[in-house]
Design a protein around this ligand. Sequence first.
Ligand code: GDP
Length: 152
Amino acid sequence: MQQLFQIIKTFKMAKGNITLTMIKPYAVQHGYVGPILARINEAGFRIAAMKYLQLSLRQAEAFYEVHRERPFFERLTRFMSNGPIVAAILEKENAVDDYRLLIGATDPTRAEEGTLRKLFGASIEQNAVHGSDSDDNAIREASFFFSELERF
Ligand code: GDP
C-alpha cells in the first residue's frame, strides 16, 4: 500500500505538473503573502509543499547559479537573502506556463494588469514572486527546497 502511495505521489509530481514559486522578501515584508496565496489558490494551483525560511547568501547564490555572470547577480542574491521568503511547490496541469501567465513579466512596469508582479512588485529586482521558467528547472528548484518527505 505504502508503495502504491509513493507511485501515485511520484506520478503527480511528474514533469509538467509542478512549478516552484518563492514569495520574495519585499512582498513578505509588505504583508502580501496572504493576497498572493489567495490568487494562487483562485487560479487553480494546489500547494504540494510550502515553507517559510530565510536563505543565506550562499544558498541564494546556489539557487540563482545560472545568473552568476549577469551584472545584477550580486544585488539579486543580497536582496533574496536579506529577509524571509515563502517557497512552495505548486501543482496543476501545465503548471510552469500557467504560473508564468499568472505572475506576468519580470519587470512589474511591463507586467500585464492583474498579474502578481503588476499588483505586488516594486521593481524588476523586487518583483514579488519567482516562478520556474521550464519543467526541468521546476524539478531542480523543487528539490532545492523540499525533500520527498515534505511534499504532499
Ligand atoms: P524571471 O524568470 O522572470 O524571474 O527572470 P530572470 O530569470 O531573467 O531573472 C531572475 C530574477 O533576477 C528576476 O526575477 C529579478 O528578480 C532579477 N532580475 C532580472 N533582470 C534584472 C535586472 O535587469 N536588474 C535587476 N536588478 N534584477 C533583475
